[in-house]
Ligand binder design. Structure first.
Ligand code: CA
Length: 399
């Protein structure tokens, strides 16, 4: 007698294990068409067929991520607090020791200082930790095809990334089974999109492949090459924290450091900029109320990685802290006293224990944590700020 699984049970088992996507004929037709174009661009038909062998439909999660609008728009200081914190600094210093030889070698090859590469590694993937989280990993051909097929805003970006992704597969740098990235197509330890990968990828460990998914040497050298090619100036500061004179007129553009000096702007911890002929721009996210920085060439090179001032400032400040420099002298003006990471974890634990929160206990305050704080505040009839403050933590502890 042959043993047969009850078809209904089989169905239940399958749906419990993983939702098997229904084949979507229109999407499959789009893929066939796309593969034809890819072949015209030099990708073999086999590469494209293999890439999409198990992809039957768009990935609905990718479209959810693409449509997501954060409820709370982070202020610059919240963005910085979340990234330039004691955990990122301590891990950066550990990695500095662990990879000392490698970092020295990359520094010799590209002129990009070690602490800058560590700061980028932290910002992009939490020193690789994000690559261990299956919830954040998407099969790249499917993610990019989904965006190209169904997200009109990102279709043109996603098409060019998908062509590049297929070329990467064809080169054999990564196995199909390892070809994962963010929902938007950023890959590996240093989160390169496929076109940037093709432009900058380096095989630093010499195994014949540039594997930014598994090889820390390859990933960090690739990041260094991007900065080098975009004009990184070795041994030059990214900028200075500065003191503005009373009644400072913010209506200023690029000047040389000597001209800023003449306008009454001074470097923190000194009286004179050592390199007066260099050009610098002012960045003061909170105007006269917060810290101010004069930023120079390397700051703008960092923006080649991610074109946002707060990104470049976070990398710059985190790199300084990993290198042992102090935090900016002037603190941000915050509407509440923020928590350390350990306290933020305690806050999440207490909110969870009291039924307000069901997310992860990781000390990262995102939309979910803020909504939980709001629910807690609502339960007490307090204004629903959603702020992860010392005040909220004290109230929770007292319950
Ligand atoms: Ca390699």
């Amino acid at each position: 007698m042959t043993w047969r699984l009850n078809p209904l049970l089989l169905c239940l088992l399958l749906s419990a294990a993983a939702p098997v996507a229904q084949a979507d004929p229109a999407f499959r037709a789009w893929v066939v068409n796309f593969c034809r174009e890819a072949v015209a661009q030099g990708v073999t038909a086999k590469t494209c067929d293999d890439a999409f062998r198990d992809v039957q439909a768009p990935d609905a999660t990718v479209l959810e991520k693409a449509a997501y609008q954060p409820e709370f728009k982070a202020e610059a200081w919240e963005y910085l607090d979340a990234r330039v914190n004691e955990r990122a600094i301590a891990t950066g210093r550990e990695k500095l020791r662990e990879h000392a030889e490698l970092l020295q070698q990359i520094e010799r090859e590209t002129g990009v200082e070690r602490q800058v590469l560590l700061a980028i590694w932290s910002m992009e993937s939490g020193y690789g930790a994000a690559l261990q989280d299956p919830k954040r990993l998407y099969y790249l051909p499917q993610a990019l095809a989904t965006l190209a097929y169904a997200d009109s805003k990102r279709a043109s970006y996603a098409r060019s990334q998908l062509f590049a992704a297929l070329k990467i597969l064809q080169r054999g740098d990564v196995a199909r089974s390892d070809f994962y990235g963010s929902w938007a197509g950023a890959m590996g330890h240093t989160q390169f999109i496929p076109t940037s990968y093709l432009s900058y990828s380096v095989d630093e460990d010499g195994d014949g492949k540039s594997d930014i998914w598994h090889s820390v040497p390859d990933a960090l050298a690739t990041a260094a090459r991007l900065l080098q090619r975009n004009g990184w100036r070795s041994q030059e500061p990214w900028g200075y924290e500065v003191i503005l004179p009373p009644g400072f007129n913010f209506d200023e553009s690029t000047r040389t450091l000597a001209e800023w000096q003449h306008a009454g702007v001074k470097p923190v911890g000194g009286r004179i900029f050592p390199d007066g002929s260099r050009k610098a721009e002012l960045r003061a996210f909170q105007g006269a109320n917060g810290p101010a920085f004069l930023v120079m060439k390397n700051f703008f090179v960092l923006k080649a990685y991610n074109n946002a001032d707060k990104y470049a400032l976070a990398v710059a400040l985190l790199a300084d802290r990993i290198a042992g420099k102090p935090a900016p002298l002037r603190d941000w003006q915050r509407p509440y006293t923020p928590l350390t990471i350990a306290e933020a974890e305690e806050l999440q634990r207490l909110l969870a224990a009291q039924g307000f929160y069901s997310g992860e206990i990781d000390g990262k305050i995102g939309d979910e944590s803020r909504r939980a704080i709001q629910r807690f505040q609502a339960s007490r009839g307090e204004p629903q700020t959603g702020y992860p403050s010392q005040e909220v933590l004290l109230t929770l502890r007292a319950r």
